[in-house]
Design a protein around this ligand. Structure first.
Ligand code: DSN
Length: 431
């Protein structure tokens, strides 16, 4: 209640946001609810400290305890994913991808990634992003069924010979064949960067396959299915990093990715790490190493399957015909509404989701033909298959009745009742 005592005007906004989170169904697949331990870490004294450099090699004094925290975070990431090296300093996913490219590319080098319009990410070479402005970006897309066509990808890679190929997506409901992608990229001596931000928690728990052993560099945020603070990590294999010394001519890049990545983050792109975030990442990684994290991750998948089945049972179409991971995209074409109207109608009944393009969308990205839904946040709250089936029915009814206020009011009541059964941060209050 300290904020309230000092600044009641501001505190009331935070209380309202807390209430919004408590009383709505959070179905944006990139969002989640962190533990109270992670919240405590984020609000801690790490934020007071400058620590430019890396553990044992800082440009500021007084880092003996911060070093221990960062080392523990790095060790936990290495253990969880089975990699040689982890950098936990990227401020978030976009800077992590910027650093991954910067570590192995010169400006103008060819960067290839899945188009944003087919589920990729801005930082994988989208034209207005740094990755499309400072690099020679080539984008790939899915096949007509919305699923990545590996033969087509291979043809394009052989023709374009990219320096870097990104694989990873924000709106792709299927799994990637990392082994095949590695073979394709390595056949032209390119670097394979797997951006696992969305599925990170599922991979940490090994409920879906990981790109470890196939990708050269792995980037991830820490706040999506991994359920940590807003932040990011970059992982790879290779020789021990010597981050304060550039590589010499005779040190091969591929064997020295740890050094290249560390140097790309600092001094390449960032200054001091956000130590309160590092602390919270360490807490979240500690949680992900516990046996019950696997149960949570498996439940995300079970909930996703149940939700997809329920939506399809109600006559809704899903892009690619279903899901293998934590998310799905409703193709609204047969309902005669656009993504903007759908997102708004869902918000009105208490479900938070976001509009999204579908593969080969005929509408514009600001009002596309799809809505993206995911199950990590509701799984954290405790929802299981039966509730997901019911939520699928409520979503279908809403989307078929976007202009019917009476129907929407009834659904809103049902949503409120569901959320009240799963209390969120019961002891937290700002006002
Ligand atoms: N904005 C994230 C998402 O919602 O998927 C990707 O960075």
């Amino acid at each position: 209640m300290k904020i309230f005592q000092q600044d009641p005007e501001l505190a009331k906004f935070y209380q309202s946001e807390l209430e919004r989170q408590r009383t709505t169904l959070e179905m944006i697949p990139s969002e989640n609810f962190v533990s109270e331990a992670v919240l405590e870490a984020l609000g801690g004294v790490g934020t007071n400290k400058y620590s430019e450099g890396y553990p044992g090699q800082r440009y500021y004094g007084g880092n003996q305890y911060i070093d221990q925290i960062e080392n523990l975070a790095r060790d936990r990431a290495k253990q969880l994913f089975g990699v040689d090296h982890a950098n936990v300093q990227p401020y978030s996913g976009s800077p992590a991808n910027q650093a991954a490219i910067f570590s192995v590319c010169k400006p103008g080098d060819k960067v290839m990634g899945m188009s944003l319009l087919f589920g990729g990410h801005l930082t994988h070479g989208w034209k207005v992003n740094f990755s499309g402005v400072y690099y020679n970006a080539v984008q790939y897309q899915t096949g007509p069924d919305g699923i990545l066509d590996y033969d087509e990808l291979e043809k394009l890679v052989k023709q374009e010979r990219p320096r870097v190929l990104f694989c990873g997506a924000t709106a792709y409901p299927r799994l990637f064949d990392y082994k095949r992608i590695a073979e394709i990229v390595h056949s032209v001596d390119g670097y394979f960067i797997a951006d696992i931000a969305h599925e990170c928690g599922l991979m940490a728990a090994r409920v879906i396959p990981t790109p470890v052993g196939h990708a050269d560099i792995i980037t991830t945020t820490t706040h999506k299915s991994l359920r940590g603070p807003r932040g990011a990590m970059i992982m790879c294999n290779g020789k021990t990093s010597h981050p304060l010394k550039p590589l010499t001519e005779d040190e091969p890049m591929r064997e020295n990715l740890p050094t290249l990545i560390d140097r790309a983050i600092f001094p390449g792109l960032q200054g001091g790490p956000h130590n309160h975030t590092t602390m919270a990442i360490a807490v979240a990684l500690g949680e992900a190493l516990q046996p019950d994290f696997k149960i949570y991750a498996q439940q995300i998948l079970n909930n996703s399957k149940a939700l997809a089945a329920s939506l399809m049972n109600e006559g809704l179409n899903l892009a690619t015909g279903g899901t293998d991971n934590h998310l799905m995209i409703i193709d609204l074409t047969n309902l005669g509404i656009g993504g903007k109207e759908a997102e708004l109608a869902l918000e009105e009944i208490g479900i938070t989701a976001n509009k999204n393009t579908i593969p080969f969308d005929k509408r514009k990205p600001f009002d596309p033909s799809g809505v993206r839904l995911g199950t990590p946040a509701l799984t954290t709250r405790g929802f299981k298959e039966d509730e997901m089936t019911m939520i699928g029915q409520l979503i279908a009814k809403t989307l078929k009745n976007t202009k019917n206020e009476t129907v929407k009011d009834e659904i809103k009541k049902a949503v409120l009742e569901m959320t009240s059964k799963y209390p969120l941060y019961p002891d937290l209050k700002y006002v």
